[in-house]
Ligand binder design. Structure first.
Ligand SMILES: C[S@@+](CC[C@H](N)C(=O)[O-])C[C@H]1O[C@@H](n2cnc3c(N)ncnc32)[C@H](O)[C@@H]1O
Length: 219
């Protein structure tokens, strides 16, 4: 995990990312094509978004209420909408939500965007299905762009998330993607403290990185 943290904070990689992301870039999944703002999590730079897209593609979402918590580019939300779900996409990055609205119009898909720190502005709504691709590197984010990667030195994102999540788990199928690059044991320990358990539903190795999709359930 430290190695990867070094990788994503390495000056050359940072410079490379800055160079590539000096302007919005295109990203497509099937026939859904979007523009991703430089301040938004880049779906083409990691494996997690693509793995979640392939996974969501296998779920029957017709007429289901679907939430992508921390939607970033929102490509997963757009796929869920294409699969006829009623979609809510939330994030604390307003730029991400603005771009998602434009991308939804351009793809003729419907998504309700909500600016929200975790569940704060979701007004107690319930969902049939929820997906989360969380920030998981333990470092304090310095700006909105870094909130996509860093969960806080003390894993604050997970501490808050796992306090709020149990209210939803009765009605909601909740899926979270994590990677071998993160401190899985620490994240699971925070979950356990809040009576939450992880059930492995998918393990996928891409090049040197293994990703896991967990179903999050009450323990
Ligand atoms: C790893 S990115 C995943 C983006 C997208 N879901 C995907 O799979 O491509 C994490 C996202 O969570 C958002 N985020 C971070 N902290 C958040 C919070 N407290 N509440 C809501 N969203 C948050 C970030 O802005 C970022 O868009």
């Amino acid at each position: 995990m430290r190695l990867f943290l070094k990788k994503i904070t390495h000056p050359f990689l940072k410079l490379g990312l800055q160079y590539y992301y000096f302007k919005p870039r295109n990203y497509c999944y099937q026939d859904i094509c979007i523009q991703v703002h430089p301040d938004v999590f880049p779906p083409q730079m990691t494996f997690s978004t693509k793995i979640l897209l392939d996974f969501v593609n296998t779920i029957d979402l017709k007429d289901k209420k679907f939430l992508e918590l921390g939607c970033g580019s929102g490509i997963i939300s757009l796929l869920a909408s294409k699969k006829e779900a009623k979609v809510t996409a939330s994030d604390i990055n307003q730029k991400a939500l603005d771009f998602l609205e434009k991308n939804a119009t351009q793809n003729q898909l419907e998504v309700q965007t909500v600016f929200s720190d975790l569940f704060q502005n979701l007004n107690g709504q319930t969902f049939d299905c929820m997906v989360i691709n969380p920030p998981y590197y333990p470092r304090e984010p310095k700006n909105i762009k870094e909130q996509a990667w860093f969960c806080g030195e003390d894993f604050k994102f997970f501490e808050k998330l796992f306090v709020q999540l149990p209210h939803f788990l009765k009605e909601t199928q909740c899926f979270m993607i994590l990677s071998q690059d993160c401190d899985l044991e620490k994240i699971k320990a925070i979950a356990t403290k809040n009576a939450i358990a992880f059930e492995l539903v998918l393990e996928k190795k891409e090049l040197v990185e293994t990703n896991y999709i967990f179903r999050i359930v009450s323990s």
